[in-house]
Design a protein around this ligand. Structure first.
Ligand code: AMP
Ligand code: MG
Length: 403
């Protein structure tokens, strides 16, 4: 059986960013840039005042306190360029271009304006309170690299350089298919032999919270014919299909054979990890992908965060090393692991005074969904490790956006 790292390498070998599209900047929040964004002019484009105050010549202010004649005003957005000759000054507001002749700005708090003159109480160095032309960026300089996620600051950068449209990687379209004859929907009455479908709602929520809203969600019985039909129908419509249940070796586990009959090529089936061992990954022609996750609720979520979500992020244009984020955090208490396989141990994140740390969550089995409700993610314990002490730094895979 392959290790989780090997499994991820296989997935990474097959997933590619989606074909890029151009879209209005206002629709692009959260997406990955498919182009470099450059400064369209020098930033700032001219020497600008960083303060409300007076623009003057520093040589006139060597002997403060002193008084200079007021000859004009430049407000932000004003194209006025009154000359600052020796012995004079100009009222200036934050963001306004520094007028010719001036080489310093004195903040208003260090002055007093009276009857056409300004008294200066402090000396001023040349260049003080002036943002120099080009000091932030030169025209043509790359400000955001391809692959950058467009969050608030990056959208601001695009707007500032006049990019009304941006080239981005669209998000892949996802569908979730929960298999199992025993499954009933959330609102339905359940009899003792039936199980409420919790994987579907949990995975759809995980997708929405990760930026993949609107996934189709279907349910199927353990019937190969029906499965093949649904597999064909769903994979025709979306880029990634996430199945749960039916991937083990039981008499009614039909996902692998149905996927093959629907044209999928299985890339791996079985990963040396717990929970999530029977996990299956397959590809379909046309750059489509299929993840078969075990039905137990914690196995399904573990498989989703270990492989399916990282694949979706790669398809969304994130660089490979950013798709499967893990944090290195200290343990708050001892943790025993069985070893032999990589163990994904539920854990809760605590913010202590000196930073975040992890507390393992007691869990009876991969069916113990209630324990998942108390967790923020999993500690990934390597196969050769059987005990970890309080204070040890471990690898944490978050199951939620941070903080
Ligand atoms: P399977 O992987 O199909 O063998 O299912 C393993 C266990 O997970 C069984 O006890 C199933 O009843 C349960 N299970 C399967 N699918 C779901 C689901 N969508 N929601 C909750 N439990 C499930
Ligand atoms: Mg089943």
């Amino acid at each position: 059986m392959i290790s989780p790292e090997e499994a991820w390498r296989i997935v990474l070998k097959h997933v590619r960013p989606m074909r890029c599209v151009s879209m209005p900047l206002r629709e692009a929040a959260g997406l990955c840039l498919a182009e470099d964004v450059r400064a369209d002019r020098d930033q700032p484009p001219a020497d600008r005042s960083a303060r409300d105050g007076y623009a003057a010549r520093s040589t006139d202010l060597r002997r403060a306190p002193c008084s200079l004649r007021l000859v004009g005003e430049v407000a932000a957005g004003s194209a006025a360029r009154p000359m600052v000759a020796p012995g004079t000054c100009v009222r200036i507001l934050t963001g306004a271009n520094v007028p010719p002749g001036a080489d310093t700005v004195v903040m208003v708090e260090q002055t007093r304006e009276e009857r056409g003159a300004v008294a200066f109480f402090a000396r001023a160095e040349a260049g003080a309170n002036i943002l120099r032309r080009r000091e932030d960026a030169r025209k043509g300089e790359v400000l955001l690299r391809k692959g950058t996620v467009l969050r608030a600051a990056q959208i601001g950068v695009c707007a500032a350089v006049g990019k009304a449209r941006v080239k981005v990687f669209p998000r892949p379209c996802v569908a979730v298919l929960c298999t199992g004859a025993e499954l009933r929907e959330t609102g339905a009455k359940v009899r003792p032999h039936e199980v409420r479908n919790s994987n579907g709602p949990a995975l759809c929520a995980a997708l929405t919270l990760s930026g993949f809203a609107g996934a189709a969600h279907r349910r199927a019985p353990d019937d190969p014919k029906r499965l093949i039909t649904l597999l064909r129908r769903l994979t025709a419509r979306c880029d990634v299909l996430i199945l749960t249940g039916g991937v083990s070796v039981g008499r009614y586990d039909f996902v692998e054979e149905s996927a093959k009959k629907a044209g999928a090529k299985v890339r791996f089936h079985g990963v040396a990890m717990k929970p999530g061992k029977p996990i299956l990954y397959a590809t379909l022609p046309g750059r489509r992908h299929l993840f078969g996750l075990p039905g137990n609720p914690l196995s399904a979520l573990t498989g989703f965060y270990e492989f399916a979500l990282p694949a979706l992020l790669r398809m969304s244009g994130l660089p490979p090393d950013r798709c499967r984020p893990a944090l290195r955090l200290p343990l708050r208490s001892r943790l025993a692991s069985k070893g032999g396989l990589v163990h994904c141990v539920l854990a809760r994140l605590f913010w202590e005074e000196d930073g975040p740390c992890l507390e393992p969550v007691d869990s009876r089995s991969s069916a113990d969904l209630a324990s998942g409700g108390r967790a923020d993610g999993v500690i990934v314990v390597p196969a050769h490790v059987t005990a970890l002490d309080a204070g040890d730094v471990v690898t944490f895979r978050p199951w939620r956006p941070l903080p």
